[in-house]
Design a protein around this ligand. Structure first.
Ligand SMILES: [Zn+2]
Length: 252
């Protein structure tokens, strides 16, 4: 079975059609991340309705910049009250494309720390976003002693990639592997036991084409090619990787 380890099902216009298309490409499980209060509520409904959708609860680093302390507190209360509905915490992390000032960065760091603490408290996996802040994200996770980490859409310099490897964090690879040569080098060197696939759909375009979860098949083919293993093998390995990351909560 192929798995889309990072998408946003709460933003799908037609959930059933998306699931059907994914299934045709043997993508039978979608791990849907939350970004704000509304998407957390929507994701909980989706997880109750569709066995193919598992969810994470959390607030995207871009979204937390628009939230006041009171709203953040309420959102964390909501996460704790609904903790049994999710299999992990996400989408969380840092995004320094959006956090430009020192205050904004500190605010994201504060919110990310709280996500890490919740994940630790309930022994849940974390899906972390780290655009333009990869080493800060890694340092924070390491310092907090976070286990079961997935670095989503991970792309970093050699030193930071090595650090992620030594911390034994998982990384998820998206459609950019199809054409990005420097990402290819990262994947060549990263242990296959720590790789998952993702699309981050539906808000992603690749060469002008809208990406959906069926694209996992193309990503898997490309990674199998890079790693010099068969499609069947990569399918089995990445399914096991997801089981290791999410533990019994994945329940598939
Ligand atoms: Zn995302």
């Amino acid at each position: 079975m192929l798995i889309d380890a990072h998408c946003h099902a709460s933003m799908f216009e037609d959930v059933e059609k998306e699931l059907q298309n994914a299934k045709k490409a043997n993508v039978n499980l979608l791990i849907s991340n939350s970004v704000d209060f509304e998407s957390m509520q929507k994701n909980i409904e989706l997880a109750k309705k569709y066995k193919e959708i598992k969810i994470l609860l959390g607030m995207h680093p871009e979204e937390v910049l628009n939230m006041q302390k009171k709203e953040i507190d309420e959102a964390f209360d909501f996460i704790e009250k609904n903790i049994k509905e999710c299999i992990g915490i996400g989408e969380t992390g840092l995004d320094y494309k959006y956090a430009e000032t020192k205050e904004q960065k500190e605010w994201q760091i504060d919110c990310f720390s709280r996500h890490i603490e919740i994940a630790k408290k309930y022994d849940l996996a974390i899906e972390a976003h780290s655009r333009r802040a990869q080493s800060v994200v890694l340092n924070m996770l390491e310092k907090a002693g976070a286990k079961n980490v997935l670095l989503h859409w991970f792309y970093a310099d050699t030193k930071t990639v090595k650090k992620a490897m030594s911390l034994e964090y998982f990384i998820s690879v998206g459609p950019s592997i199809i054409s990005n040569e420097s990402l290819k080098t990262i994947i060549e060197n990263y242990p296959i036991e720590k790789i998952l696939f993702e699309t981050d759909c539906p808000a992603i375009l690749f060469n002008g084409e809208r990406v959906d979860s069926s694209w996992i098949q193309r990503v898997a083919k490309r990674v199998a090619e890079i790693k010099g293993i068969s499609f069947g093998e990569i399918e089995e390995i990445t399914e096991n990787n997801a089981k290791k990351l999410f533990g019994t909560k994945l329940n598939v």
